[in-house]
Design a protein around this ligand. Structure first.
Ligand code: PMP
Length: 287
């Protein structure tokens, strides 16, 4: 595998960062997870834009222009001869000293890995996922805003540990409203109406989330962004998660309560089908 690091491609073995990189020492950095299908990168512009927004939010200067970053991302797929897969784009604060002040880091480190990812076993896409609510609350937007896709994932990781083998972990905010799962956004359907928590509740502005919102518009059933409680989820007809790596995955059980009939819902299936069509037929060509 060829990995892009600091402006050049090198072998997986040689792709290394310094122990003084603040991405490692402090989780000081940002990232993106991007999928490509059938030789095209899905929603590349949106991912690049979100990366640069995350950078602005943490006052990090990315040492590449958006055009250069886009080209390096496509080139990472080409260098590995890939047509389908998953790209991890990371920008750290770079090498500094042992103090946390980012002023001592001269230049951000850019890493691009083009590989593959499998988040959940295939049978869960057919049969649905079990979710449990975690005691670990999602970080408050006033602390580190979950809208920033930062290298600080400990909050999510602690929730993931709690979820254990049960399946996926549901995260609430300090007020008890639903935010998202550990790495995916949330949608529910009730009486034909579709709901998702607002980003301001404390969630990442997921790109798959926005694709689902576009699909819903196309179906003539626009999504309402509204604060949701666990009651709303327990009493939903359908429930699914969205994320670049997870794509769209139905949820059939939350906290030992079956969702709807306890099987993936028919409207969720329509979203999954339309999403697959879009991923196969749109995106930025790699070759
Ligand atoms: N929430 C969190 C915390 C995430 O890490 C992700 C990405 N894995 C998502 C939601 C989904 O975002 P996207 O659809 O842009 O991948």
């Amino acid at each position: 595998m060829k990995v892009f690091i600091d402006g050049k491609f090198c072998s997986e073995r040689d792709a290394k960062v310094s122990v003084f990189d603040h991405g490692l020492l402090y989780g000081d950095g940002i990232f993106e997870g991007i999928r490509f299908y059938n030789g095209r990168v899905f929603r590349l512009t949106e991912h690049i834009d979100r990366l640069y927004d995350s950078a602005r939010a943490i006052a990090l200067t990315i040492p590449l222009s958006k055009a250069e970053m886009t080209e390096a991302t496509l080139e990472s797929c080409r260098q590995n001869g890939l047509r389908d897969g998953y790209i991890r784009l990371v920008v750290t604060r770079g090498v500094g000293d042992l103090g946390l002040n980012p002023k001592n880091c001269s230049r951000g480190t850019v890493i691009i890995i083009a590989a593959s990812i499998t988040l959940y076993p295939e049978e869960l896409y057919r049969n649905g996922l079990t979710v449990v609510t975690c005691a670990t609350r999602r970080m408050a937007p006033g602390a580190l805003n979950p809208a920033v896709k930062s290298l600080n994932y400990l909050n999510n990781i602690m929730a993931k540990i709690e979820a254990g083998s049960a399946g996926e972990g549901l995260m609430l905010n300090e007020q008890g409203y639903v935010t998202e799962c550990t790495g995916d956004n949330i949608f529910i359907i009730k009486n034909g109406k579709i709901f998702t928590p607002p980003i301001s509740a404390g969630a990442l502005g997921g790109i798959t989330r926005s694709v689902v919102m576009e699909i819903a518009e196309g179906f003539g059933t626009p999504v309402s962004e509204t604060n949701l409680t666990r009651y709303d989820l327990y009493t939903a007809d359908e429930f699914f998660l969205t994320g670049t790596a997870a794509e769209i995955i139905p949820v059939v059980n939350l906290d030992a309560r079956p969702i709807g009939e306890g099987t993936p819902g028919s409207l969720s299936e329509k979203f999954i089908t339309k999403f697959r069509e879009l991923t196969q037929a749109s995106g930025t060509p790699i070759y």
